[in-house]
Design a protein around this ligand. Structure first.
Ligand SMILES: [Zn+2]
Ligand SMILES: [Zn+2]
Length: 469
């Protein structure tokens, strides 16, 4: 067995790992994710180079998708264009979200031709195999008639990863004379995340490939963040100004809606919360929210308790969802002239495109407006620049237009969708049979090094490697 990486080795984007199983002459390979490179990791590469499937796909028997973030699934159209026609395994929720994500990616990056997109989506859907969590599935193998000491069966199982709806870590059992279990973590969620339960450790792993996004950091104040969110919003809207929250459509947006519904329900006599409009301006977010509602069975017990009380965490009275571009422009005008508090949630999360841009252009120079960041802002993105220069009274260039930042700028760090260092250590510590081999991927260098050090301390007999080195 060997594991190769075609992405998420030098940073966190472009996730694509390959599990090779050698059976004498025959080689069976499995791909785990096939994501896009983003931000700084695309530097020095043309857009065609970033999308190319530059590895041999002839031995690949299946693609396994851990979750629907674009940096884990964005290269799937190019994989299919390169001739891939094998099954794509995913959890049922991921299987439901995947066509939406790919449709959006095609519209933005490839074509607006509806016929072409529809034809491609049909092709994609014919390959997808939706699987329940906790269910073993046998994978296709090139040659299952080989000798006893070789692998004669490969099985996989998805376990909840608590990162976004449908997210999973994957257990592979390579069965021959002996059994070897390989676990790919995908992206792991953090503890105390709203809506989804945090992941439980596998019972056993012999080889573990694990993400390390926050391998060198621990999240602060996760238990207090809801209180902090409430305080910041109340301060921001005291002057009836608008609060802009840049957020990704999948995951963060639904977590925020869940939090806001909760605050509204608990502040029945607070005029701010009873009057506030919460506007989600993103057709994609609306579609994803619909899927979160369809898959309520996957919510954590606290969220289910709220539903049992007759409340509707993602679909409440003060929530407005904007679909058409016309309505989007109308809302901006409405916000300009209204005299009551409002929160707008729009993509993209790092202000590098999407509908949030029109809001920023209109409101960044308004002293009554506020921008609230709830997610990580990567180096070189407008989001990071607003975070940096806003509080110093600086300006930012958006589409060649200079905008002086007069709006308030705030950041809450407790809403990260990723496991922190303590979570990543516990993921291994709580296994009954601990790995003999760990490979660390999906992180910046410092994060990978720091986490490797912790694992070496925890398991002195385990071989801990950093992917790509
Ligand atoms: Zn992710
Ligand atoms: Zn990721």
């Amino acid at each position: 067995m060997r594991i190769l990486h075609h992405g998420a080795v030098n940073g966190v984007t472009g996730s694509c790992h390959q599990l090779d199983i050698n059976q004498g002459e025959a080689l069976s390979s499995y791909l785990i994710d096939c994501g896009l490179f983003q931000g700084a990791e695309t530097a020095g590469k043309s857009s065609a180079q970033q999308l190319q499937i530059e590895f041999d796909i002839s031995a690949i028997q299946a693609l396994i998708v851990t979750h629907c973030h674009i940096d884990h699934v964005g290269r799937i159209p190019y994989l299919i264009a390169a001739g891939f026609d094998k099954p794509i395994y995913a959890t049922k929720a991921t299987a439901a979200l995947l066509p939406l994500v790919i449709e959006d990616a095609l519209k933005i990056g490839v074509t607006r031709d509806k016929k072409l997109i529809d034809a491609f989506l049909l092709r994609l859907e014919s390959l997808i195999r939706p699987i329940n969590y906790h269910q073993w599935v046998s994978l296709p193998l090139v040659d299952s008639t080989t000798k006893q000491d070789e692998v004669t069966e490969v099985k996989l199982k998805f376990k909840p990863a608590g990162h976004i709806l449908g997210s999973a870590y994957v257990e592979f059992d390579l069965i021959g004379k002996a059994k070897h279990r390989v676990v790919f973590s995908g992206d792991l969620g953090a503890t105390y995340a709203p809506l989804l339960a945090s992941p439980r450790s596998p019972y056993r792993a012999d080889t573990l490939v694990i993400e390390s996004t926050y391998g060198d950091k621990n999240h602060q104040g996760r238990k207090d963040r809801s209180k902090l969110l409430k305080q910041i919003i109340e301060k921001c809207v005291a002057d009836n100004g608008v609060v802009l929250i840049p957020a990704f459509s999948i995951g963060r947006t639904q977590e925020l809606l869940y939090e806001f519904e909760n605050i509204i329900a608990k502040n029945q006599h607070n005029p701010i919360w009873q009057n506030i409009d919460i506007i989600v301006d993103s057709p994609m977010a609306a579609k994803f929210t619909q899927k979160y509602l369809e898959f309520q069975a996957l919510w954590d017990s606290e969220a289910k308790r709220v539903v049992n009380k007759g409340r509707h965490p993602l679909d409440f009275e003060q929530l407005y969802t904007i679909d058409s571009h016309q309505d989007h422009l109308a809302v901006i005008n409405y916000l300009d002239s209204r005299n009551k508090p409002a929160i707008v949630i729009a993509a993209s999360g790092m202000c590098s495109g999407g509908r949030i841009m029109n809001y920023l252009k209109r409101f960044l120079s308004e002293p009554t407006a506020d921008v609230l960041f709830v997610g990580y802002q990567a180096q070189g993105t407008p989001g990071r620049d607003i975070q940096n220069f806003g509080p110093k009274g600086g300006y930012i260039m958006l589409d060649d237009e200079r905008i002086d930042i007069k709006a308030g700028v705030h950041t809450i760090s407790g809403y990260s969708a990723h496991a922190d260092q303590a979570n990543l250590i516990n993921f291994v510590k709580r296994m009954h049979h601990k790995p003999k081999h760990i490979r660390i991927v999906h992180g910046d260098d410092e994060a990978k090094q720091a986490l490797a050090g912790k694992y070496r301390q925890l398991l002195p007999d385990c071989e801990v490697e950093i992917g790509g080195q």
